[in-house]
Write a protein that binds this ligand. Structure first.
Ligand code: BJW
Length: 268
């Protein structure tokens, strides 16, 4: 059992998961923290080295993660995103990612009874074997031509110029294929997420601070439609008080323990 999760809460959440037929999971940056990728927010963690503290404590999101920031200083913005792109490419999935892939294998398939909605841009869920992944905030691994909008998968080496030239239109540049503040989420991803939240009987929110909308609102949509709600996070968030089961701890420890308790007959 993870150190900070009460056993009774874990057992109750596991019971709900074992009974669920349609599951939707929303993930955030915390799921990738144990893969060595920095989160955006979160309390300063005494157990983390200085270079693993939350990104927005060191960098100003308004100067990096908005279309206005890119227009004002495309070189600086693309240098920062290239640095993060290379970090994501080098990272490996952790037991939390793998537990969610296992859960999909158990519940998913043709019936479509498992949906993984991720705010993460790192593609680690796919690397762990998850198949039905809805990327709400795009991907940092892909970049796109600012003129044609066509996506491009750059080679895994650092760019040589900033912003990098677009291979799709002469004189145009590439930007990361992510969703910045003030930009709309991809229409198909948003529609898939609302459909999953409305139709699931269990909704789990994992490793997200639950402050960025519209993703932060999916849990309430699921709850209003009668779903059981579970949160997994290393610290309390704005939704902790209103979920049915709040499991405090690292997702790389809590998720495998939750699956064992739900599905492993020996663990019951
Ligand atoms: C662990 C752990 C471990 C650590 N185990 N846990 C309604 C109300 C108020 C504002 C708005 C609203 N609707 C829209 C807005 C505006 C805005 C918004 O939400 N602002 C709020 C911040 C106030 N939203 C938008 O602008 C969105 N667009 C939009 O709504 O468009 C409307 C529109 C329609 C039509 C036309 C035009 C516009 C877009 C949001 C885009 C967010 N982009 C970013 C950057 C992506 C690119 C990049 O990677 O740089 O997405 S910001 C950043 O936050 C990133 C994340 O996906 C997102 C969410 O963060 P996440 O994943 O929750 O991570 P953290 O770091 O916040 O939390 C990590 C958690 O993990 C912490 O709680 C830790 O405790 C925990 N943790 N280790 C478990 N081991």
């Amino acid at each position: 059992m993870p150190e900070s999760s009460g056993q009774s809460e874990l057992t109750a959440a596991a019971g709900a998961l074992a009974r669920a037929r349609r599951v939707a999971v929303l993930t955030g940056a915390g799921v990738s923290a144990e893969s060595g990728l920095r989160t955006f927010r979160g309390a300063t963690a005494a157990d983390l080295p200085a270079d693993m503290q939350a990104l927005w404590k060191e960098f100003d999101p308004m100067r990096l993660a908005t279309p206005e920031a890119f227009d004002a200083d495309p070189a600086m913005v693309t240098r920062w995103y290239d640095w993060r792109r290379l970090g994501c490419l080098a990272a490996e999935p952790n037991p939390g990612h793998r537990a969610l892939a296992t859960l999909e294998g158990r519940l998913g398939g043709a019936s479509g009874s498992f949906h993984l909605l991720t705010q993460n841009v790192d593609r680690l869920h796919q690397k762990a074997g998850s198949r039905n992944v809805v990327e709400l905030h795009g991907s940092i691994i892909e970049w796109r031509c600012v003129r044609t909008g066509r996506a491009f998968l750059p080679p895994p080496e650092p760019f040589e110029s900033f912003p990098p030239p677009s291979p799709h239109a002469a004189g145009a540049v590439l930007r990361p294929n992510v969703v910045w503040f003030g930009e709309a989420l991809p229409e198909a991803a948003l529609a898939a997420a609302y459909a999953a939240a409305e139709s699931c009987d269990l909704f789990m929110s994992v490793g997200t601070s639950s402050v960025v909308y519209p993703a932060a609102g999916f849990l309430d949509v699921a709850s209003a439609n009668g779903a059981v709600t579970i949160e997994v996070n290393r610290e309390p968030t704005p939704i902790s008080e209103r979920v049915d089961h709040c499991l405090l701890g690292r997702s790389g420890e809590v998720l495998p323990a939750l699956l064992r308790a739900a599905f492993d007959a020996d663990a019951r």
